[in-house]
Design a binder for this molecule. Structure first.
Ligand code: GUN
Ligand code: ZN
Length: 654
């Protein structure tokens, strides 16, 4: 029922398919209290654009009149809302008022019988700081109830909530056990007190732990999160749904929500917001309104603020700039920044979900950027996948303007007159072989000068690591004529370095894995360059077009002839997406691969990678580009896993 359509790292734009229509995620489900309607469901849909809402089945069930109407005509008629309706189970009420008053079986059956789209099992709300013992007890009881609910759900999609307090090991264990059950949506629960106390570091630990255990193909709901401050951060960690009554509760208390925090109406001069309410009113004119009207205006502002922020979050995903949004947003409050720092510390967990190439530049703002998956991945790959050309001398350049190959073309020519040399550049990403100057993210990195101390330390550390592995007899930093004089004295014999050939080979190794260049370029190689830009366009080997280089990210698209070479040389599952027999004929004809047909895949595959699509007998069917990594391909039941560019049964290989 959940499909991923676009992504940025662990953040995703999805479609939740329900009997009452599709919901585009990340989405906020506003809480509707049938006893106290601040904004009508009709307006929530028509005016504010909400595709789904959430209400409390416990409150409806307790009220004879509402209960009878809900059972007779269904929840959608009762609310006057015909999009997706999710219901909560009364867990929170039971927790706050201390009495349950309803069993899991009763409340799940009731939700089912009202015809809700997503119903929630009666989880045991676990206080974050209530100790390990209690958290474990609550976990076991909740697991038992979710299991029971899955036998009662009928056609209703079931939400099974991850509890576990602030204990990452419990959160992860519980998530994994829920992942084995017949559950369609996974709320992360017990986080309201964490968010209310601004304990964002705990929030990040809790969400990341739950995500480690949960199947990535199921939507994740952050229970009780309805402040625009957290949307970007929570989305980046893989949350898809939010819900909250905050917009109404805050309005009642005279509080206004913004992506950078909360403001109180009593202090408000001008509202830094462009919503219809704030365009018409400043603080004074809002304060002058009659109480009831003022509360509605504030609730409306709060809803606009949430919707605006979610639009920004989704667009940032499309742009590949969600991390940058989080980086900016998190600086609004030191506690939120703590959460971001925690995320940076644990960012290794996100790396398998990060695309190999993105439409946006990589903004390196400060030392926290060194934890970004793209930055860590570049370093790991350049040390493990890349093999430098064998030269006696290595000349290192300081950071210059990009592309480095052009910036340092003169200097390289001078060096090559007196020494047989290779070249690299000391960049904020670490040492960059000069021929990788167009490879994503090298050419697309924009850093803030001067580098901060921790960045300098990391880069120096990497240079040291490099120097231990050097096979050159001599390595020097470029210092103009002095370097030339020294090389003339010590070497004296010139050499040649063809940056285009080196680029063709290095890109193949970095992108497909160590040894790819040897496999792909094992014959007469012809490199076709663009007449206009001089950039590498096509790689022809023994007369066959095997690779094309994309101008925007300096990476290859793999042609069928190239795919055949890699397929023949490398054993399964390397670089493969393996599909079942139902999907094989379609892939062969050039149709894309959907997740439900994927049997297995290479664990090293990242979103955006060029891959070999094969059948279970390892016959090459097609070449394509992934949207998902292996874990996601095996988990999603809907949506595209890899976009096929060419099937082996289609004739011309463009
Ligand atoms: N609403 C806010 N937090 C929770 C929670 O932990 N469980 C449920 N069921 N609803 C909630
Ligand atoms: Zn506003």
């Amino acid at each position: 029922m959940f499909e991923l359509v676009d992504r940025d790292c662990t953040g995703r734009i999805g479609i939740l398919h329900t009997p009452h229509g599709k919901v585009r995620t990340p989405a906020l489900l506003p809480v509707v209290n049938p006893h106290k309607v601040t904004i009508s469901p009709e307006d929530l849909h028509g005016k504010f654009g909400f595709q789904a809402l959430i209400t409390n089945s416990y409150i409806i069930r307790k009220d004879d009149h509402l209960r009878e109407r809900a059972l007779a005509g269904g929840i959608h008629d009762l609310l006057g809302f015909h999009g997706m309706v999710m219901t909560d189970s009364g867990t929170f009420q039971a927790h706050v008022y201390g009495k349950e008053g309803v069993t899991n079986e009763e409340i799940v059956s009731f939700q089912r019988d009202m015809g809700v789209d997503v119903g929630t099992a009666l989880d045991v709300f676990t206080e974050p700081w209530g100790g390990l013992e209690k958290a474990r007890e609550g976990m076991e009881e909740t697991l038992r109830r979710v299991e029971e609910a899955s036998t009662l759900r009928g056609e209703m999609a079931l939400a099974g909530t991850v509890q576990g307090g602030v204990f990452p090991s419990l959160r992860e264990e519980m998530a994994a056990r829920l992942g084995e059950m017949d559950v369609q949506v996974h709320p992360i629960g017990g986080v309201v007190p964490i968010m209310e106390s601004y304990a964002y570091r705990d929030l990040v630990r809790v969400i990341l732990a739950a995500k480690r255990g949960l199947p990535p193909g199921r939507p994740v709901h952050l229970f009780g999160a309805g402040h625009p401050m957290v949307f970007a951060l929570a989305t980046l960690m893989g949350c898809d749904l939010f819900d909250s009554s905050s917009y109404a509760k805050y309005a009642h208390a005279g509080r206004m929500m913004y992506p950078d925090g909360t403001r109180h109406l009593k202090d408000l001069g001008e509202s830094p917001c462009g919503c219809p309410v704030c365009r018409e009113h400043d603080g004074a004119s809002l304060r002058a309104l009659p109480e009831g009207e003022r509360e509605v205006k504030l609730a409306e502002h709060n809803l606009w603020a949430c919707q605006d922020e979610l639009r920004i979050v989704r667009e940032s995903i499309r742009e590949g700039a969600l991390w940058d949004l989080v980086d900016r947003r998190s600086r609004a409050h030191p506690r939120l920044f703590e959460g971001y720092k925690e995320l940076c510390l644990q960012a290794g967990q996100l790396e398998p979900y990060e695309s190999t190439s993105k439409p946006s530049p990589l903004f390196y703002t400060d030392h926290l950027s060194m934890r970004r998956p793209l930055v860590m991945r570049y370093a790991r790959r350049v040390f493990s996948r890349y093999r430098p050309p064998e030269k006696r001398v290595l000349v290192g350049f300081e950071e210059g303007s990009r592309p480095y190959g052009r910036h340092y073309a003169d200097a390289m020519a001078k060096v090559l007159k007196v020494a047989d040399s290779h070249f690299n550049v000391q960049t904020v990403l670490g040492p960059v072989p000069i021929e990788l100057d167009e490879f994503y993210p090298v050419a697309q990195t924009v850093e803030a000068a001067p580098w901060d101390d921790q960045t300098v330390k990391r880069v120096n550390h990497m240079m040291e690591h490099l120097s231990h592995n050097l096979r050159n007899s001599l390595a020097v930093m470029w210092d103009g004529d002095e370097t030339l004089d020294m090389l003339r004295m010590m070497e004296g014999r010139g050499g040649s370095f063809d940056i285009m050939t080196a680029r063709a080979r290095a890109t193949a190794d970095m992108q497909f894995g160590g040894g790819a260049a040897d496999v792909l370029m094992d014959g007469d190689m012809e490199l076709v360059t663009s007449k206009k830009t001089g950039k590498l366009r096509n790689v022809i080997v023994n007369g066959e077009h095997i690779l094309s280089m994309r101008a925007h990210d300096g990476m290859y698209t793999l042609k069928l002839a190239g795919a055949q070479k890699l397929h023949a040389a490398w054993a399964s599952p390397r670089l493969r997406v393996i599909v079942d027999e139902d999907a094989a004929p379609y892939a062969r004809e050039g149709k894309s691969v959907f997740a439900q047909f994927v049997v297995d895949a290479d664990e090293e595959i990242r979103p955006g990678d060029e891959v070999l699509v094969v059948d279970q007998a390892d016959q090459l069917l097609a070449v394509g580009r992934t949207l998902l990594n292996r874990r996601e391909m095996l988990s999603f039941q809907k949506g595209m896993a890899a976009k096929v560019r060419k099937g082996t049964a289609s004739e011309d290989d463009r």
